[in-house]
Design a protein. Structure first.
Length: 336
């Protein structure tokens, strides 16, 4: 199990974080359509390869979460994508859930599926070069949600997934995401996120998952997108740190936040403030998708062959996130 702990630490240590490039073909099609680029397998690979071969990978990215299509692709010169990632010093990972579906007897909530056949799929992904995996559970907040059914069902699924991933020799990323949708305030988010995370660790213990060989990928504590509450990064950091300190067992080596609806700047500033005041032993870093890629995608869409220019944009965002993971980011350095 110490080998899994070593992998986890390699992914998130020394100012490094995770590039979440695991968008499904449907999601990636929406992203490309939004910038008026045709979503072909070739274009999806071109954008991702542009990021994976950038210089920012070496110093700022410890792991890359891939999608089923991408982990099986090779670049035009024949190099397999997991090899390209490994060459940069980062570790290839894979999203293994098959998406969130309507939870039976709770019509507005979702349960993540994908446990059927997972053991066999994990063996295949391991052979392809994956050393860690990701599974995302999603929860909504309202007056009656998340329900006990949703909290338990998703925690149980996350624990079963994590046990299978460790059995296959990989590190599981535990991602219970309390969504920003809704008009709830930050206190509601704090309470529900705490409840969700505690239930996850209760189930992980029952399923005998070795916590030293895991990474937690939670949301930050934020008001809902439709809330009137105004909250600064210090308050977000204080509430987020308090929630995690009270809910996450000390054996967990680190926490890699999702950006969940925040802008690139917001996700960077909030992570920075979390680290400025962090008094725990947890490594607090990033597992960002849009908050690492959005500006690069917009730039790339104007000329998909401008690899160098796109990489410069990505390198800057990756460096800002890396600084934030050490509590050394400033608005001034971001604007340079």
């Amino acid at each position: 199990m110490s080998e899994l702990n070593n992998i986890a630490l390699k992914i998130i240590s020394k100012g490094k974080g995770i590039l979440a490039a695991d968008e499904s073909t449907g999601t990636m099609t929406k992203r490309l359509n939004s910038v008026k680029v045709e979503s072909t397998a070739q274009n999806r690979l071109l954008f991702r390869e542009t990021l994976f071969s950038s210089s920012g990978m070496k110093d700022c990215i410890g792991g890359v979460i891939l999608y089923d299509e991408t982990i099986k692709q090779s670049n035009p010169s024949g190099k397999k994508i997991p090899e390209l990632i490994s060459d940069s010093g980062a570790i290839p990972g894979i999203k293994v859930d098959t998406g969130a579906k309507v939870l039976a007897n709770s019509t507005e909530e979702k349960i993540t599926e994908g446990l059927d056949g997972l053991r066999e799929r994990l063996k295949e992904y391991y052979k392809l070069g994956a050393k860690f995996a990701k599974w995302r559970g999603v929860y909504i907040i309202s007056k009656k949600y998340p329900s006990k059914l949703s909290i338990y069902s998703n925690a149980h699924a996350l624990a079963r997934y994590a046990a299978l991933v460790q059995e296959s020799g990989m590190v599981p990323i535990i991602e219970p995401e309390v969504l920003m949708d809704g008009n709830h305030n930050s206190d509601d988010c704090f309470q529900k996120t705490s409840e969700v995370i505690k239930k996850c660790y209760e189930q992980l213990e029952i399923h005998k998952v070795e916590l030293k060989g895991t990474i937690l990928k939670p949301n930050m504590i934020l008001p809902g997108v439709s809330s009137d509450e105004k909250i600064d990064s210090l308050k977000i950091a204080q509430m987020t740190n308090k929630c995690l300190e009270e809910s996450v067992p000390s054996e967990v080596p680190g926490i890699a936040f999702l950006s969940g609806g925040q802008t690139e700047k917001e996700a960077t500033e909030n992570l920075n403030q979390i680290n400025v005041i962090n008094k725990t032993n947890f490594i607090m870093t990033y597992s960002y998708g849009r908050a690492l890629q959005q500006s690069a995608l917009k730039f790339w869409s104007k000329d998909i062959n401008n690899i160098k220019g796109t990489q410069e944009i990505f390198n800057h965002r990756a460096k800002m996130c890396s600084l934030a993971s050490k509590g050394k980011w400033t608005e001034k350095v971001d604007n340079i």
